[in-house]
Ligand binder design. Sequence first.
Ligand SMILES: [Mn+2]
Length: 344
Amino acid sequence: MGVLKQKMINRPIVISHGEDPDGIISMALLMRHLRSCNVSASFGFGRYSNISETFIGLAKLSENCLGEDFYVLDLGINGHLLSAKDSGENVIKKLAHNTNLHWVDHHDTTKGAQPHLEEMGVDLMLATGINQCSSRIVYANFLNGDAYCDWLSKIALEHDNPGNGIHPELGNDLQKIISLNYYGAKSVASADFNLLRLVNNLSFERAIIKGKFNRGLQRLIDKYDELEKSALNTIYGTAQLFESNDLKIIFAYGNPLLPQKDGLRKMAKMFSGQADIYCLALGNPVNNVMMLSECDFDASHFSQSCGGGGRANIGGYINPAPITVDNIDEVAEGLKDNLANYVA
Ligand SMILES: [Mn+2]
């Protein structure tokens, strides 16, 4: 937020989900659109582990952007966001009051909050379902007919909804770049700086050349692959099995390098058929307890009851304390309590 602070006075702002391909691609697309309109905007990223703090900061800064367009991309509404306040005022309401707040999203939780958001004055650009993601919404609303943007947005779609878009390998590689950039950064500010450069290159058709990431980015992908091997060993080494409400649950520690949903899917594959629910507690700074259900249990609904969110059979919530490989048993106990108190 530091870099953003100085630059975001009296110009449009774009805040996107900085943890996955749809967030990054939807920002690259909107950047391309704004550039074509000669609009100079400020860009920043949000992450679920500190989403309320981010929006409290944005609500304060919106006092310097009265009447400007403010775009939020691919950030699903959750309990933390809805209850965040700046000087006693609801942050979304304050943002919508100070700026023209456009919320571009595809998450069911955002749809669930639709009447509330519209009442607060949010311009909701919402489309849900397997053929939607934020990148597709940006494409359809601002860039319809641009072949590159159509292509790029379908890569994001494939990553969010496998089988409905194109080039899964490119989406996976983009996720690796995003994850390594954050995990390996000296600070969030330097991670964001590099991420913005990636967004800019994507917006100029410079990151992917002839269907491949450029050489600098390919080096990051290779580095990621190397580090991932040891992260998967740690999942295997810390896995524990327990039962709750007649459900078999495998729970393990996830190195925060691992992309949340991908890490979870890899874990489910690793222990395939041995549990009803797979749960991965991603370490600091992510601190997200992610779960994938392979039975009737609604992982998304459960996660929402813990203040988090999700879609379909995958959900996650932020653990009250930072997660490390050493306190994993306490995190498991917290999950067991949440499960015991949960009423479907
Ligand atoms: Mn996303």
